[in-house]
Ligand binder design. Sequence first.
Ligand code: MTE
Ligand code: HPA
Ligand code: MOS
Length: 761
Amino acid sequence: MDGLGRTTGAALRHDSALKHTTGEARYADDIPEAPGTLHAALVLATIAHGRVTALHTEAARAMPGVVAVLGPRDIPGANDIAPVAKNEPLFADPVIEFHGMPLAMVLAETRDAALRAAAAVTADVTPLEPVLSIERALELGQNVIPPQVIRRGEAEAAIAAAPHRLAAEFRAGGQEHFYLEGQVALATPGEDGEMQVVSSTQHPSEVQHLVARVLGCDFNRVTVTCRRMGGGFGGKESNASWVAAAAAIGARVTGRPVKLRLARRADMIATGKRHPFLYRWSAGFDDTGRILGLKALLAADGGWSTDLSGGVVFRAVTHALGPCDVPAVELTAQAVRTNSVSHTAFRGFGGPQGALLIEDVVHRVAAALGTTPEAVRARNFAGVGGNSDEVPYGQKLEGDLIARVWAEAKQGAEWDRRRAAIAAFNASHPTLRRGLGSMVLAFGISFGIQHLNQAGALVHVYSDGSIRLNHGGTEMGQGLFIKIAQVVCDVFGVDLGRVAITATSTAEVPNTAPTAASTGSDLNGWAAHHAARTIRDRMADVAARRWGIAPEAVVFADNKAWAERIGANRAFDFGELAKLCFLERVSLSATGFYKTPDIHWDAKAMRGHPFFYFSYGAAIAEVIVDTLTGEHRCLRADLVQDCGRSLNPAVDRGQVEGAFVQGLGWLTCEELWWDRDGRLRTIGPSTYKIPGSRDVPVMNLRLLEGAPARVETIFRSKAVGEPPLLLATCVWNALKDAIGTPALDLPATPERVLMALRAKG
Ligand code: MTE
Ligand code: HPA
Ligand code: MOS
């Protein structure tokens, strides 16, 4: 009866697509404000490191409409917003750890009044020496988490014994999430110490926990809901929690609803970003391009606090070889502590940064040998041509899929023909240079932290046969809700119109993981499937008794329950059967639960099987560069992405295209710029350039066909949210090809492209 597959696999549009475009979709800030709602604004530090000796709030308090100014002393519970570690204060007390750290919060009758008053709060600060670069933090040996090292064989000996050796250093910048909807939360106090929080969050359970922590109350007093986010991209995995915690403090202290919606500028200053990385490596290789040994340091700028850096570094170090096999490695990844905003989750969660390492190695080795990076990469593909398929930390990659995505991308892009055309163009033009670049990805799916790989769902069938679906996953635009609704439709054999999609709520499904690590549909899909199955089995019992047949012989399809086969002359409408269940006093409500099987990790040995499976993809980009100005453009991208048996190809295609463009932005135009005082100067769209519609290349995308997941994922689908961001690495590689040097730091802005051209001579 399972897998009738009429709804899953259909290219249905996002359930809110029309509402998104008409503006009817309701975001947190669109909810009508209750009378008496106060607005909050944050007071941010104007120095990167220092000690607050006095906070002057009198002028702000005297301003019209101002109700309160709250600092660290006004927090009813703990001044700690650490999601994983401990002692990460919401308000500096007394040490300011970064330029933009919150010092206090103003509450006022209007948002304008709050913002004006926040600007009137001043602080006396004794400056301390700030640490503002990864290099300086490395010198001082200060980390937010201990280094993680993956070893296999003797890397140094293998490098020393290899016919050729190379060493290099390069860097990659961070990235601002630039979600369309900024961070926002609305906290409403209730009776008996209750707090109702509407939060734009990927992690309602963590919002609940941190709100409880700052209020000093039990989790059961706090209810958190989220219908949708206007984008999260990892930026609302941990950072949403402290925004909500601040709103809740205001609501508790004043007894009134409090909304905190960060202005874009404050959002860009005070919330974490993708970790910038510094890489240092040495490698040994032979004449064929086979990499025999690799020793590398991947140093992330963790910023001032731990936040999620442990997980980010873990993903970086486990993805540092990409789809390649290197027999002897010593890979060290760490997050250094600096006086910068605390860097956080961002689509790929360290995976994209990890994968840059092997790409840099491959490209420099190819240049040294006078061959192509494509040849070197393919020479080292895991599980291909006699190379091991086992990654250095113990689990296996699927060499056939790696070879297949690459072959399909190359064929779809007409690689050989265009290589020749580009050579001809370059020979004929004095200053413009075209280039081709490629990328092959292998991305591990599951949270690196085992306990997060769980999900719950709550399904009700009402006595008219309508269905209400709730689960722990959150909707941020990625199409999770429709995918899970499709799963439920398939279980019940009903149309999508029967299923009401509802807001995520800690009161309906408790103790959840964040919607992150691309696992939303894998985890919640199974949880919802289990809940729906439980109800369907009860309904089948009722129908079977009526008909005197075995419950297994009841078939749910076409909005009906059929006796033995579709089209049989005995059948109940789904609603009719639901009514019958109610009359027979059979429960039509069930929870479902799922935990990912077969995953384990030994953090001491740095070995195990942390990922349920891998997702694969390949891409080829063509770029054109003006060698006089460094300006460049990506003209065409050919992408192949493995989504297993896609639950919804329309949604998945959108995810691949969006991820590619977001990756392209990270690698080519989005530059975070801190001045010498550690003050972020790129704090709006005028100074921080995200890709515009004209930066999007012609994209030829195919989802890998006939490749159902080889492990038991929901309907054999595969996660898609993050992996395709790595595909954009082909644009970096194409730029290197165009300018004729593999040494190109990121983001490859026109300025850096020019510098690389100059350095090359
Ligand atoms: N797509 C949209 N439109 N908006 C988002 O915020 N976040 C990405 C990805 N795709 C995001 C998105 C990130 S960082 C993750 S981890 C996944 O979606 C999370 O959702 P999933 O697990 O359901 O794929
Ligand atoms: N991705 C996103 N968030 C996480 C992860 C991950 O792999 N691990 C822990 N939190
Ligand atoms: Mo995505 S960075 O795992 O929220």
